[in-house]
Design a protein around this ligand. Structure first.
Ligand code: WT7
Length: 658
């Protein structure tokens, strides 16, 4: 097991922060959540679901686990996800509440109330109907962080169709493979977006993706955001023209609880990205429950801000579905933290009096490097809960977050979950949990987590092992789009037939974890060939195959090397084809290959460094020993090389690095 974040071991959990009496007294969550869930786990989720959501047709069944690992939650119930996020708040008299404080990158801003958002989504739904989109159809969404991204997702959901949001940073090729895998009938995009003071185009990537003409896409709906020139094709339609051309009214229809809601692609250890499938009733239940309790949400008074892009799962569950189901007021920000000045985030918090902030450790570490004098110029006293997600948060960053951003008083919750889990699984609950810097700590009420060794045996306090989910949960993925076998193999086969503690299917998350002496959970990073760069999941295999696809490359190995700011960084070791090796300098080759990966996958996958080597270290059976390459990439003494086929390879590589 290659546990990479070793320094977490040194934190013993001795620093603790008990909730203040004041906070506990007003907290949404009560200790009964744990005892109720303990007493009757399924009954607990049924109660939460009834309380938090509107069911057009109430469910009578809670969980069907007769055909594991294929779960059905609330199967005979019917609901409309968009109705739950929109109309019902308006009907309850909260139509004037701001749903989105939109803050554009160039400084334009716009408040959108629940009534306005509902009206926009109704029109957008009518546009989808006009374009022939039906329930069950897939719609690809490739947009910047603008209100139309949220509106599009909700319009697709309202129709019982399935969205596949593709992060705007992904390339035309990545877009095409995702469109093809899901057979999307429509793409919703924009002319472009704003990034760091410049215009960045989106539409050309869609044009390039659809260039060959043989795709399932019938139309491309284009939001005008930047006003830049765009090429126009027969299939293209302007968003504003189409919205103006349809009726304003649309009545939401109820769909079965297990109706697919979205597909979201994420990287695995091998092959192409997997389309993680989520459905409606269970997903929305756990999304709303965790959003309310983990962030102690008071919809009437809080201003919530999750900095994630809607292209990732965090944006799905904690920008769109959780907060809107709960009727929250939130900030939607198009830009980056440091543009036009390094205090932009803190300025936004001051402007909107943000009270709940949810962000990633990589951002916190970047701000730490810039220094506390920047946030200290702004009034951050509105903040009362801080959340972290995406990767393990080192105790030092946790402390800085609490002290500098949280005024030494706010609770900090470190939330562990995944694209696959759909919603938060492990986290402290403010007002209830005594927090420990660096630990995600405890399973959410109603969620069953364990740490097991390879044999499936519980490791016991003070020991490390593999994180597993031992019981099905409402927001769990329902499968990998089009590939039920891969779904089983990837997540459910690991502990099959082991002699450990529990019968029945165990979900293997791919993370290492340790239980401290109190039984609290400390996440230790991935145990497979998945990297985590700035909280984004990247596959070593996918980047390797991109590198190898270039005519210069003979062989490539990619590792995630630890990085002070981004958590991990992509480092590649490349063997150049003999015929090419003499013609260009290493710098040129490395620049060409970095650009190639960026173009094939997206800028987030671009290697930080590429080392040109003569050979890769391999075992006698031909397996690349990434562990040794990681030692080199992190500037460490190279570990045990005795299982290498040729033990001199590492000597040559390390000599070259010097
Ligand atoms: C992987 C999932 C969950 C939304 C963002 C990432 C890592 C996530 C934590 C945390 C330690 C974390 C895990 C996980 N991860 N949150 N609080 N502490 N590790 O979603 O792209 O599906 O990645 O991110 O390694 O498996 P994702």
């Amino acid at each position: 097991m290659s546990v990479q974040i070793d320094h977490l071991h040194s934190e013993s959990g001795s620093r603790r922060f008990a909730p203040t009496a004041e906070f506990s007294a007003q907290a949404e969550a009560s200790p009964e959540l744990y005892s109720d869930a303990q007493a009757d786990r399924l009954g607990f989720w049924a109660d939460q679901s009834r309380e938090l959501l509107h069911w057009h047709k109430p469910f009578t069944k809670i969980l069907d686990w007769t055909n594991p690992p294929f779960a059905k939650w609330f199967d005979d119930g019917e609901l409309n996800v968009a109705y739950n996020c929109l109309d019902r708040h308006v009907e309850a008299g909260n139509g004037d509440r701001v749903a989105l404080h939109f803050e554009g990158e160039p400084g334009d801003s716009r408040d959108i109330t629940y009534a306005e958002l509902t009206a926009e989504v109704k029109r957008a739904t009518n546009v989808l109907i006009k374009l022939g989109v039906k329930s069950g159809d897939r719609v690809a969404i490739y947009l910047p962080m603008i209100p139309e991204a949220v509106i599009s997702m909700l319009a697709v959901a309202r129709l019982g169709a399935v969205h596949s949001v593709i992060f705007g940073g992904f390339s035309a090729e990545s877009l095409r493979s995702r469109i093809d895998d899901a057979n999307a009938v429509l793409v919703i995009t924009a002319d472009g977006g704003f990034r760091k003071g410049r215009i960045s185009a989106l539409k050309p990537a869609v044009d390039a993706a659809l260039q060959s003409g043989d795709s399932s896409v019938q139309n491309v709906l284009v939001v005008k955001r930047t006003g830049q020139d765009v090429e126009w094709n027969d299939r293209d339609l302007w968003w504003h023209d189409e919205l103006a051309s349809v009726e304003a009214e649309h009545v939401a229809e109820a769909f079965p609880a297990e109706n697919p809601l979205f597909i979201l692609y994420t990287s695995g250890t091998t092959g192409a990205p997997k389309g993680i499938l989520h459905t409606s009733g269970g997903y929305l239940t756990q999304g709303a429950f965790t959003h309310k309790n983990v962030f102690d949400l008071k919809p009437e008074t809080d201003v919530y801000w999750c900095t994630a892009d809607v292209g990732w799962i965090t944006g799905h569950t904690y920008v769109v579905y959780g907060p809107l189901a709960n009727g929250a007021t939130q900030v939607l920000f198009e830009g980056t933290p440091d543009s036009p000045h390094p205090g932009r985030w803190w300025e936004i918090i001051e402007k909107y009096k943000v009270s709940i902030l949810y962000t990633a450790p990589t951002a916190i570490r970047t701000f730490m490097k810039l220094g506390r004098q920047i946030p200290q110029k702004f009034d951050l006293t509105s903040l009362r809960v801080l959340g972290s997600v995406g990767e393990p948060i080192n105790p030092e960053a946790w402390m800085w977050y609490r002290e500098v951003i949280g005024g030494n008083i706010t609770p900090v919750v470190d939330t562990w979950w995944q694209t696959e889990t759909g919603a938060i699984m492990v986290s402290a609950i403010p007002g209830l949990t005594e927090t420990k810097p660096g630990a995600a700590q405890v399973a959410i009420p109603g969620i069953a987590i364990d740490v097991l060794d390879d044999d499936g045996t519980h490791v016991g306090h003070g020991n490390g092992g593999l994180l597993v989910v031992t019981e099905p949960w409402p927001a769990m993925l329902r499968g990998i789009w089009g590939d039920p076998e891969r779904f089983k193999e990837t997540y459910w086969d690991k502990f099959e037939g082991t002699t450990g503690a529990k019968d029945g299917p165990l979900y293997f998350a791919g993370d290492g974890a340790r239980l401290d002496d109190d039984g609290d959970i400390w996440l230790l990073g991935r145990v497979d060939d998945v990297m985590n760069v700035s909280g984004h999941r990247l596959s070593t295999a996918e980047i390797e195959s991109s590198l190898v696809a270039h005519p210069l490359t003979a062989e490539a190995a990619v590792v995630g090397a630890s990085d002070e700011v981004t958590g991990q960084a992509v480092v590649a070791f490349v063997v150049i084809k003999f015929s090419q090796a003499e013609t260009a300098s290493h710098e040129d080759i490395s620049a060409v290959l970095r650009a190639h990966v960026s173009q094939q996958i997206g800028a987030i996958a671009r290697p930080r460094e590429i080392f040109i080597v003569d050979e890769l270290p391999k075992t006698r059976s031909g397996k690349i020993m990434r562990r040794l390459l990681r030692d080199v990439a992190e500037g460490r003494e190279v570990g045990d090389t005795s299982t290498l086929a040729d033990t001199s390879v590492m000597q040559i590589i390390t000599q070259k690095m010097k």
